[in-house]
Design a protein around this ligand. Structure first.
Ligand SMILES: [Zn+2]
Length: 413
């Protein structure tokens, strides 16, 4: 069932977007590379870039979100390298243990093609397919860092490679993050096959832990899935008190959360609808946008954002830098471990304060804050819960079946 409130406007886009940004490391906020752009309006795209054509003008915050995120469609060729870590390596990222795994780029590529490719095909409903190809082994010197190894792999990667994943033979220290990843520099020459990683510096690094034999035949690939998300320009989600890996409902937060419910799980959970919109796996034609007009409540029927079709995301504009997304996350598929299904709300914040910069936080610098409930945010909105209010909006779930029936109302800020 689809409801068609009079105030509801459907925005359609003939899209092919592209351009954009860089940045984004998993473990900590990092500065953009010196030549990284943070904003590129469609009408200033470099020659040869695809263009964005809007049938209607979008809220400015949504327009800028789309202009600063990149489509990832089709095959994404990613070279898999091994970082051979010598005994006595000095970088504090590495565990002091003498454990070293005998890793082979061909074997790793096979495992990643089997598990991570299947995961992303499920997330994108077939729109995007990472293809992992064996790279080589980089023999690290005793004082090289993970970034040094990734740089060496990027420098030697093939011209047809659009990303690099480096896997160390040593585990990371308990105090270090498990890895990092970045979308790299702007690549105006879409498709991906014309964006060599040696130029864009698009890549990720993970320690050896996920490939320890104790996991059994299927490695723990949730971190690789998370870091690949960074290579798509996705950002973390969670709360606004400084810890951004505390959400269990998004692979771009605590990707290991499913394993705390089911020790047999190896994949991460699903992701938020805003990331599908960023990658263009969820077309704008399946996004409903309400307007902040004070008055009567409007009702929307939302299909699961993790599904393949229908209206799957509701946008509630806040201001020129921020907007809310409302989506239905059922207890199914990669999210079958959820205690219950329900509706969540995410604040997309592109204001300078969101990343403590002087300029707006566009592209991977944006923040995505989970607004409903408390960490780990499994307490989703249902017909039995109260309404959520914030940013001038209230959101109430009145029905939950194949669709979530959601009543929203703007009062004032
Ligand atoms: Zn991360």
């Amino acid at each position: 069932m689809r409801l068609s409130p009079t105030r509801r406007r459907r925005w359609r886009i003939v899209l092919a977007v592209l351009l954009i940004s860089s940045v984004g490391a998993c473990s900590s906020a990092t500065d953009a590379p010196p030549n990284a752009a943070t904003s590129s309006p469609p009408n200033t795209a470099p020659p040869g870039s695809p263009t964005t054509t809007l049938e209607h003008s979008l809220p400015p915050s949504v327009h800028d979100f789309l202009s600063s995120t990149s489509a990832f469609l089709g095959t994404d060729r990613i070279e898999v390298w091994v970082c051979e870590v010598p005994q006595g390596a000095t970088d504090p990222t590495f565990n002091r243990s003498t454990l070293r795994l005998a890793l082979d780029p061909s074997v790793l590529s096979g495992l990643l093609n089997k598990y991570v490719t299947a995961y992303y095909q499920q997330l994108s409903h077939g729109a995007y397919q990472p293809a992992f190809l064996p790279g080589r082994i980089h023999q690290m010197t005793v004082d090289e860092s993970p970034q040094d190894c990734l740089d060496a792999a990027l420098n030697s990667s093939a011209a047809t490679t659009s990303g690099v994943l480096a896997v160390a033979t040593a585990e990371n220290a308990a105090t270090a993050a498990g890895g990092f990843g970045t979308i790299g520099y702007i690549c105006a020459s879409r498709p991906l096959s014309r964006c060599p990683a040696a130029s864009t510096r698009r890549g990720a690094y993970v320690g050896a832990s996920d490939f320890h034999p104790d996991w059994g035949p299927e490695p723990a690939v949730d971190l690789e899935e998370h870091e690949l998300g960074h290579m798509l320009g996705w950002t973390h989600s969670g709360d606004d008190i400084g810890e951004d890996h505390n959400s269990g409902i998004d692979v771009m937060s605590n990707s290991a959360a499913p394993r705390s419910f089911d020790p047999g799980r190896r994949d991460g959970q699903d992701t938020l609808g805003i990331n599908r919109l960023a990658a263009r796996w969820l077309p704008l034609s399946d996004v409903a946008i309400d307007q902040p007009i004070q008055g009567t409540a409007q009702t929307f029927a939302l299909r699961p954002s993790t599904g393949a079709s229908g209206t799957r995301l509701l946008v509630l504009p806040v201001d020129s830098n921020r907007f809310l997304t409302v989506e239905y996350l059922p207890k199914s598929g990669l999210d079958s471990f959820f205690p219950t299904g329900g509706v969540t709300v995410t604040l997309i914040d592109q204001s300078p304060a969101a990343c403590n910069q002087a300029t707006r936080c566009l592209g991977p610098r944006r923040r995505q804050l989970t607004e409903v409930g408390t960490a780990p945010f499994f307490d989703l909105l249902t017909p039995r819960s109260g309404e959520w209010t914030g940013q001038g909006w209230s959101v109430k779930v009145t029905g939950l079946s194949d669709v979530a029936t959601v009543q929203v109302k703007f009062s004032s800020r």
